[in-house]
Design a protein around this ligand. Structure first.
Ligand code: PLP
Length: 533
């Protein structure tokens, strides 16, 4: 499948090259044309016997058609195995009515009348593991077939979870080096400790004095900088990215939407071809965009519900058509969603505008010049055909955790709670934009909404955000407890299994504690390239 720059459809790449490069030369993102995706759509009834790996293979063969069958099998088997994904001890034991297909690394369970897609059973306990356990294998496979002798230097911006998942995935991978940038005050303690204690001879971690948007801008700026490009060539280095701007990150996330549908049909929870809805806690718009791609491929999906925290740029955009990042970034207890520039929205607009690269160019330069853009009513209606958006305040998010625990007997993390709250809003027909009559045509019919099935994407283990989660469900003062004491206490209160990787952190040494300014980060990267990293 050919991949095009969203900002210039004359810049075309093979999947392998796009995975190696990450970002296009002009700062756009690699994306297939919408008609090419739809030409590969399937009939879901032909997939009902699929287990997770079979579905994964089908999706990868569709998008990455320059990989051989054997290459794809090798990548899948190296990534999606019992060593990386610990689903045996998952809470699904309590919800045995849902039959999870063989080797499903993202099992589904019930939460009240709805479903939870458990995406956090990977090596770093967040959904990013699904893509970041396999991306290094795609990348090295692609690289081998090029027969070049360059070093691949992976620069990664993180709002907390991508960083550790990428560090773990690329640890000691031949011919690669990775540097992760995280906002120094913008991640949870456990997330920070996970990154600072990373092992491997080819990894480094830098805290940046700034927020996630600064981290992302840094990576993108380095990437398009002509003088740095030259230094790379002189030193035999190619830059790449492990962020969801890399198409190799995005495509693996399509698989679990399809597999969830298959599992729900096979467990008689839904009828074949019945449309279902997914609620996705959203930051950079990667996860939810993968849901849209699953829909384009033929998965019977009605709405993709975009759930934001107080940083509700996307809620505003989907309801009004105006994207406006000119606002203060608010620090929340769901830090992986504290983002004002959602990169993957660029891909959605490219697809929905029938690959209109000129339009995307206009919108994106408006975003970088004035911090905002507005799309046409026609394009907005297309967005609304597939997406609904809500946000949850901090207070609502905290109450959501308590409610889910007390009413539904489920322990959810702060990000999942944002989605949980947004589903509630959807079901009661709450929409501040509708009630303010900004755009009357998205009114939700309460009864219709209640008849349909809803799947919440649960994106992280509650133990990654232990202190905040614990605070929500206990009335005791826990300010004096250390992070690991919080973990113990949360376990005693809930019996929710603690992921092994988080327990192991206790005995690990901090290796990386550097804090740099934006400019120092750039300098650091350039020096690394000059020293062949
Ligand atoms: C990254 C992340 C999100 C947001 O996903 P996007 O693909 O950036 O929209 C939500 N929850 C958690 C726990 C995350 O790590």
């Amino acid at each position: 499948m050919k991949l095009y720059s969203t900002r210039n459809i004359n810049e075309i790449s093979t999947p392998k090259d796009a995975i190696i490069k990450g970002l296009t030369n002009d700062g756009g993102l690699y994306c297939p044309k919408i008609e090419d995706i739809m030409a590969n759509s399937f009939d879901i009834k032909d997939l009902l016997k699929n287990d997770y790996k079979t579905t994964a293979k089908q999706v990868f063969k569709t998008f990455f058609d320059d990989f051989t069958d054997i290459e794809i099998d090798d990548c899948i088997n190296s990534a999606y195995n019992n060593e990386n994904f610990d689903v045996t001890k998952s809470s699904i034991d309590n919800f045995a009515n849902i039959k999870t297909s063989n080797l499903n690394i993202t099992p589904i369970s019930k939460i009240g009348n709805n479903y939870l897609m458990e995406l956090y059973h990977g090596p770093t306990s967040a959904f990013k593991d699904v893509a970041l356990t396999i991306l290094p294998h795609f990348l090295t496979t692609a690289y081998k077939s090029k027969n070049e002798n360059k070093k691949v230097y992976i620069l990664t911006a993180t709002s907390g979870d991508t960083g550790k998942a990428a560090l773990s995935g690329f640890k000691d991978v031949e011919n690669t080096s990775i540097t992760v940038f995280y906002p120094t005050d913008g991640v949870s303690n456990i997330q920070k400790l996970q990154m600072q204690t990373s092992e491997g001879n080819n990894v480094s971690v830098i805290a940046i004095k700034g927020n996630f948007d600064d981290c992302q801008r840094l990576v993108k700026e380095i990437y398009v900088d002509e003088s740095i490009k030259k230094i790379c060539i002189e030193n035999n280095v190619v830059l790449s990215s492990a962020n969801s701007i890399n198409i190799g990150r995005l495509v693996p996330q399509i698989v679990y939407y399809i597999q969830t549908y298959i599992d729900l049909v096979n467990s008689n929870e839904i009828k074949l071809n019945e449309k279902i809805n997914f609620i996705v806690p959203t930051g950079n718009f990667g996860d939810i965009l993968a849901g849209y791609l699953a829909k384009l491929l033929g998965t019977p999906i009605d709405k993709l519900i975009c759930a934001s925290n107080d940083n509700k740029v996307l809620t505003d955009f989907i309801n009004t058509g105006k994207y406006n990042k000119n606002r203060e970034l608010i620090k929340t207890i769901s830090p992986s969603m504290d983002i004002l520039i959602s990169s993957n929205l660029e891909r959605l607009l490219f697809l929905l505008s029938d690959n209109d690269d000129k339009l995307i160019n206009q919108l994106m330069s408006s975003l970088s010049n004035s911090g905002e853009y507005t799309i046409s009513e026609n394009l907005l209606n297309k967005v609304k055909e597939h997406f609904v958006a809500y946000y949850a305040t901090e207070d609502e998010c905290r109450k959501g955790i308590k409610q889910a625990f007390e009413n539904d007997k489920r322990l959810i993390d702060t990000h999942t709670s944002v989605a949980y709250c947004c589903l509630k809003k959807h079901l009661i027909g709450f929409n501040e934009y509708v009630s303010h009559d900004v755009c009357g045509n998205v009114k939700i019919n309460k009864n219709d909404a209640l008849d349909e099935k809803y799947v919440i994407l649960s994106t992280a283990s509650p133990y990654k955000f232990t202190r905040d989660v614990l605070k929500c469900i206990t009335n005791e003062n826990i300010d004096n407890l250390g992070d690991f004491e919080c973990i113990d206490k949360l376990y005693k209160l809930t019996n929710e299994p603690i992921p092994k990787n988080l327990l192991a952190l206790k005995d690990k040494k901090v290796r990386f504690s550097t804090v740099f300014s934006y400019d120092e980060c750039k300098e650091y990267v350039v020096n690394n390239i000059k020293n062949n990293i």
